[in-house]
Design a protein around this ligand. Structure first.
Ligand code: G6P
Length: 363
């Protein structure tokens, strides 16, 4: 079917506004009310194999790669297995050493990205068990893998990916819980919490859209941004910076906050604002605040995205309370909105940014 803008100025904003529904569609028939993950019909891989998986290798590009990176610690925690997250264009030329019971996962919105497709083909050729997480039905990557779990995000038109990202996260979290469930772990409580995410995404959108717009109005003339986060917030910093680059053509670097002192701190001055993503319950929250102090002492402006206010920063986008492990689903929303409004104030073609394509089917 042809997607319509339905009153929104751009597909990107419409698609961010649809993230609650995209996650709901992706999880609702796959998690029971009592927190059981119902993926048996979609994963045709033998349960005996799943019980004995000894490594998970995720390959993807762009925003799909960041979805994999975000979910990595969750997958490791609930499956008890080491997870590697690899860039498709590197992986295809790298002599990757698979383990005995390796599961290979390809993540792709379009299901046609050449740099993700080729590693999947190579894994299959080696006899590795493969799974794909894809949004577009019957696409190449969906058809090639032994099993495919579809993200039910609906058509994504804007070149910059938004609702596909949260839906990919939803599938990756369900997969983590599913493997945990097969291994006899208690995952029900967390799985049930996942059911509350769509509503929280909606609240986050409503609560942050105006704040993101106001900040963009104030900050769109800056030429360089730094994005920092730790733990689960680190890949979100990367994704936030990517969104800004893609549609507003502003240079932005995403970095793990602790690494700031090993390089990016040299960039900080009054002309380089930093977006800090930090959840107050994260183990290293106080360290993220120390980073803020270091930025302030070098006259850097700080935009904090957090559930807690901090006096030291210039601006805060106040986030709703959420369980630490589930924060990526909602903390990404203001990052996407901020990038959107920055591009809007700069007058760029948001849905069709220069030099980018929705799906890159050539190398
Ligand atoms: C292109 C798009 C990105 C996307 C990436 C991976 O570069 O512009 O938004 O994240 O491809 O696409 P895929 O369809 O494989 O998720």
């Amino acid at each position: 079917q042809t997607a319509q803008k339905s009153g929104y100025k751009h597909f990107m904003l419409k698609e961010i506004a649809e993230e609650d529904e995209s996650v709901r569609n992706t999880i609702q028939s796959r998690i029971s009310e009592n927190g059981k993950i119902l993926l048996d019909d979609e994963i045709s891989i033998d349960k005996g194999f799943i019980k004995n998986i000894d490594r998970i290798t995720i390959v993807a590009c762009g925003t799909s790669f960041y979805a994999g990176l975000t979910a990595k610690p969750i997958l490791e925690k609930y499956t008890g297995v080491k997870v590697d997250v690899e860039i498709g264009s590197e992986f295809r030329y790298y002599n990757y050493i698979y383990s005995k019971n390796n599961l290979f996962i390809a993540i792709s919105q379009s299901g046609e990205t050449a740099d993700t497709k080729e590693p999947l083909r190579m894994a299959k050729e080696k006899g590795i068990k493969t799974l794909s997480i894809v949004n577009v039905k019957e696409s190449a990557i969906a058809r090639m893998a032994d099993s495919c779990i579809y993200t039910l995000a609906g058509p994504e038109i804007s070149v910059a990916s938004t609702k596909a990202f949260v839906s990919q996260l939803a599938v990756l979290y369900m997969l983590a819980f599913y493997v945990g469930q097969i291994k006899g772990k208690q995952i029900e409580k967390k799985a049930k919490m996942l059911l509350s995410i769509p509503k929280l995404i909606k609240t986050t959108f409503n609560n942050t859209v105006e704040a993101a717009k106001k900040l963009a109005e104030e900050y769109h003339r800056y030429k360089n941004f730094l994005y920092l986060g730790r733990g689960l917030c680190y890949p979100l910093a990367l994704e936030g910076a990517l969104k800004l680059k893609e549609i507003s053509y502003i240079h932005a670097e995403g970095y793990p906050a602790g690494e700031m002192k090993h390089g990016p701190i040299a960039l900080i001055d009054e002309n380089t604002p930093t977006v800090v993503v930090a959840h107050s319950k994260e183990p290293l929250y106080s360290k993220s605040l120390s980073n803020c102090e270091e930025i302030k002492s070098r006259d850097g402006k700080i935009i904090l995205i957090s559930d807690k206010q901090a006096d030291i920063v210039d601006e805060t986008i106040k986030m709703p309370e959420v369980d630490y492990e589930l924060l990526p689903f909602i903390y990404v929303v203001p990052l996407q909105l901020f990038a959107y409004y920055m591009a809007l104030f700069l007058g760029y073609d948001i849905d069709q940014p220069r030099n980018l394509a929705k799906s890159v089917t050539v190398e």
